[in-house]
Design a protein around this ligand. Structure first.
Ligand code: GRF
Length: 212
């Protein structure tokens, strides 16, 4: 898992693994920030942690190489970005094509892209006076918040919402859909054909080309 902040999504996945809702283990938690509380959460559960950022690596290229080497060394079959605020370079995206999940606190493609992160997303939702927002799990591609959507769930905007109250309700939904998506991913039930996501029924054969 790649993180940069408080790690409530990480915590949801740790709990999901411990409760056996997710039949997988978290190989390691890699943070772009040395003081991310997510690292403490991981350590409290005996999960290996690393810090990889430009300050330590020197350049984006060196960071991508370090990240790839770490993911391979830790035996990561797939990657989850949970509040990861750094850039993932093309080498990482290519090596883990359709194997990197991200959680975004809005209904993509709405309120996504550059500048839409953290509380700014919820401020923009309220400023736009839309009746609903939500959360999205999607695969990461070369764009910002543009990859194939895996799962979304709606959150109704209430008349008295502040950015903070909305963020809190969306966060609860994020945790739920992230656990579900990671559980399906761990079972090999999420496939992408021509940019479209297919979720297989339990026991259903894929019938897809290798690499899909
Ligand atoms: C979440 O809102 C997530 O959607 C976004 O960053 C936030 C991270 O929260 N990408 P946390 O660190 O998991 O608590």
């Amino acid at each position: 898992m790649l993180v940069s902040g408080g790690g409530t999504n990480l915590q949801a996945l740790i709990d999901g693994v411990e409760d056996k809702k997710i039949l997988a283990s978290i190989a390691s938690v890699i943070s772009s920030k040395p003081d991310a509380f997510a690292l403490v959460r991981a350590q409290q559960h005996g999960i290996k942690t690393r810090v990889i950022n430009k300050k330590r690596c020197g350049s984006q290229e060196a960071c991508d190489a370090a990240l790839l080497a770490a993911l391979r060394e830790d035996g990561a079959d797939f990657v989850v970005l949970a509040g990861y605020l750094s850039i993932l370079g093309a080498p990482v995206i290519h090596a883990y094509r359709n194997k990197i999940l991200n959680i975004h606190p809005a209904l993509l493609p709405a309120f996504g892209g550059r500048g839409y992160y953290g509380i700014h997303v919820h401020e923009a939702v309220l400023a736009a006076r839309v009746p609903v927002t939500g959360a999205t799990v999607h695969f990461v591609d070369e764009g910002t918040d543009t990859g194939p959507v895996v799962m979304q769930r709606i959150v109704v905007v209430e008349p008295n919402d502040t950015p903070e109250s909305l963020q809190q309700r969306v966060l609860e939904i994020e945790h739920q859909i992230l656990i579900r998506a990671v559980s399906l991913m761990a079972q090999g039930r999420i496939h992408v054909h021509s940019g479209e996501v297919h979720v297989l029924e339990q026991g259903e054969a894929c019938g897809c080309e290798s690499g899909e």
